[in-house]
Write a protein that binds this ligand. Structure first.
Ligand code: NDP
Length: 285
């Protein structure tokens, strides 16, 4: 039996629900092919009540690891042997590495965002406005803070989660993070160099939507990042581009979280260009 397992390709995958055409699968498989790696990345629809069995199954089948998406990112933590420091602060795991039967939880979302951001700006000591306080915003806020960014203004519709995130970031990282209410059109203060939309505003099919901010406060040279991967050219990105800002679309974050996951599972450096091209093909860019 053990010998049979040795002939299996390296298995990684995503525990997600509900079933959907998954661009991440195509992106990771394109990376594996370009690496000439005998590996597969498969999407498994796992119901919340089946998560523990699915994780045991992955270990039993000799998987190298897997990604978790909503709703498993928090629940999976109780099933792991070890949680990486930033994932522990974020309070969510999107990538699990299986090494010698031990399960290690990582969060590659925020790190993927940071890699993408670092291609255009070093976030250290930069003043940031971050829209949103959900899962993506938590991961981004924590990684930005750990990279030395600040002050970080967290702007969110719901005051409770916005205040919670600001408190988490300042208490756990020592960065300066404050909550600002978002009940009217937001004017980005002078001196802000990085603006991030980490809400779901603008996600397909709601492609005409844009965060409620004053467009004249998007100033030339400001880095404006959007987490929305589909469509990559959101209304915010187009508006920012037209006003002379440096735009950063959501594909960069998606690609780089994948590159980091693949490195954790295989030790290999995947080609971000190959992965991005695959996503562009899927999203018709
Ligand atoms: P959550 O549901 O956890 O959070 C959603 C956030 O958006 C909350 O802050 C919510 O505010 C805010 N929001 C939603 N609708 C509105 C609105 N109409 N007006 C104001 N605020 C609004 O989602 P996630 O954080 O997990 O995901 C957010 C987005 O990030 C998704 O679109 C997802 O596709 C994208 N994402 C992209 C990744 C990438 O690699 N590019 C990786 C992970 C996520 P409130 O708290 O008030 O409800």
């Amino acid at each position: 039996m053990a010998e049979e397992l040795n002939f299996l390709p390296l298995l990684t995958g995503s525990f997600a629900t509900p079933a959907a055409e998954n661009p991440t699968v195509a992106m990771v498989e394109a990376a594996y092919q370009a690496l000439d790696l005998d590996a597969r990345y498969i999407n498994c629809d796992v119901a919340p009540e089946g998560l523990a069995d699915a994780v045991r199954g992955a270990v039993a089948m000799g998987w190298a690891g897997f990604n978790c998406s909503i709703p498993h990112k928090i629940a999976v933590m109780a099933l792991l042997d070890e949680i990486a420091p930033s994932a522990a602060i974020i309070g969510a795991v999107n990538c699990v590495v299986i090494r010698e039967g031990r399960l290690i939880g990582e969060n590659t979302d925020g790190r993927g965002f940071l890699t993408s951001l670092s291609e255009v700006i070093d976030p250290a000591r930069r003043s940031v406005v971050l829209f949103g306080a959900g899962g993506a915003a938590r991961a981004i806020a924590v990684e930005l803070a750990l990279a030395g960014a600040g002050p970080i203004r967290i702007v969110n519709r719901s005051a409770r989660s916005g205040e919670e995130l600001a408190a988490l970031v300042s208490e756990k990282t020592g960065a300066s993070a404050t909550f600002e209410p978002w009940d009217e059109c937001y004017r980005i203060p002078d001196g802000v160099e990085i603006v991030v939309n980490a809400t779901s505003i603008g996600l397909y099919p709601d492609v005409g939507a844009m965060p409620n901010l004053a467009p004249d406060t998007l100033r030339p040279g400001m880095v404006v990042a959007d987490v929305i991967p589909n469509p990559p050219r959101t209304r915010l990105i187009r508006e920012a581009e037209a006003r002379g800002c440096v735009p950063l679309d959501g594909l960069g974050m998606l690609v780089n979280q994948g590159v980091i996951s693949i490195a954790l599972w295989t030790g290999l450096a995947a080609d971000p260009g190959v992965m991005r091209r695959k996503l562009e093909e899927i999203f018709g860019v």
